[in-house]
Design a protein around this ligand. Sequence first.
Ligand code: PLP
Length: 325
Amino acid sequence: MTLPIGFDDVVAAHERIADLVHQTPVLTSRTADERSGATMLFKAENLQRTGAFKFRGACNALRQFDDAQRQRGVIAYSSGNHAQAIALAARLLQIPATIVMPQDAPASKLAATRGYGAEVVIYDRYSQSREEIGAQLAEERGMTLIPPFDHPHIMAGQGTTALELLREVGGLDVLVVCLGGGGLLSGCATVARHLQPACRVIGVEPEAGNDVQRSLQQGRIVHIDVPRTIADGAQTKAPSERTFAVMRRRVDEVVTVSDEALVRTMRFFAGRMKMVVEPTGCLAAAAVLEGTVAARGKRVGVVISGGNVDLDRFASLLGGSEPTP
Ligand SMILES: *Cc1c(COP(=O)(O)O)cnc(C)c1O
């Protein structure tokens, strides 16, 4: 079976979006290295435009619209980083954008999405299905629906994160990437498999939502209930056929970390590296810093996926009296 994306798709994506995205820095921390016994190389997508890697996939998808699609516009449903990524990419490329968001989405997210010039359509998450609303609007208005992970252009765009990292730092023994629906991980694994076949590729899910870990173990897609976790970017119920097919072939292992470990890692990033990282963005780093991934003596690439968290929520998550780690 041919997989939905290959290495060449990621290279093409990188060329296609280079003028729109930030080449984010690769950061190091002596404290992190002391704690893990590894050499940790952090790819800081919390410093990407819109605050998360999702901007890469959004740019790659919208740049491939034909004239008719550009005129009619793009539609996305999301309460999180995908919404803002599509909204900004659409504005930069002068494509109309409609974002379907739940009525209880944080005011700051609604404002940010509108601030990028997108039309926001509100729905009631308890009585309406966003998939149906999205499909209906797409049909009525002739707009193109771009999902947050289940699309080859999105997967290839997210993979440019690992392409930049591997090109900058060279050989890695392990690459650790957080995992929701698997767009980021499938893109990154595609790059690592091709450039460094011996590099272990590890996905990290929240403990409460290990749908992909179970799917890989059982060899078929496993559906779970919406997981209860502070990692709101990874509250997916299942991977898609596309992302699962790629992860199955190119990912070595999926591990999980607890919400407590995510909070400790947020404190670590704030206290030691002076960075605001959202809970989901801490998944990969937590797996290494907490010893879930065997890393001693190895060169380990770690993707920090995003930094969007309301400051009040950030403060309350960190609010305990624990000393800075
Ligand atoms: C969307 C998102 C993820 C999960 O990405 P997938 O491609 O769905 O696996 C992880 N971290 C952040 C910050 C995100 O916005």
